[in-house]
Design a binder for this molecule. Structure first.
Ligand SMILES: [Zn+2]
Length: 140
């Protein structure tokens, strides 16, 4: 790191950073997360990353914008959802995470197509393994 008249300069690799607090199955998704996810979904993501850090469990994003063919929902291509792996988690971690997310941010959740209930997180397996699907409501 160099101190110049304009301030402090340096590459990220020169810095001692506290994280990473989350990872991506496809690292290219990292920049896309910040640029293309709806702000409400970023708020939800921050709560999810905090839960993982506080519980010392993996925080792995597996999908942002891809919609699975069998899904009726467009939350992913609209930047209103992300999927996360629960690999390396205990069943208690999963249940605690769902409870935490409902407590903190369920008011941002999307309305389910079936029963019209607001849900910020859904645990499901749509063919690619058990995972958590996070989703936020469409904005006007
Ligand atoms: Zn999903």
């Amino acid at each position: 790191m160099r101190r110049t008249s304009e301030g402090v300069r340096g590459t990220v690799s020169e810095l001692k950073l506290p994280g990473p607090f989350f990872e991506f199955k496809d690292e290219r998704d990292c920049a896309e997360l910040l640029k293309n996810l709806q702000p409400e979904a970023l708020i939800v993501f921050a709560h999810f990353a905090k839960f993982c850090r506080d519980n010392r469990i993996p925080c792995m994003v597996t999908n942002l914008f891809r919609r699975f063919p069998q899904s009726k929902s467009y939350t992913h291509p609209e930047g209103r959802a992300f999927d996360a792996s629960i690999r390396g988690w205990t069943e208690t971690n999963v249940q605690d995470c769902i409870a935490y997310m409902i407590l903190e941010v369920n008011h941002l959740g999307a309305y389910s197509l079936g029963d019209r209930r607001q849900r910020v997180v859904v645990r499901h397996d749509v063919g690619l393994g058990d995972h958590l699907h996070f989703q936020v409501a469409r904005r006007p």
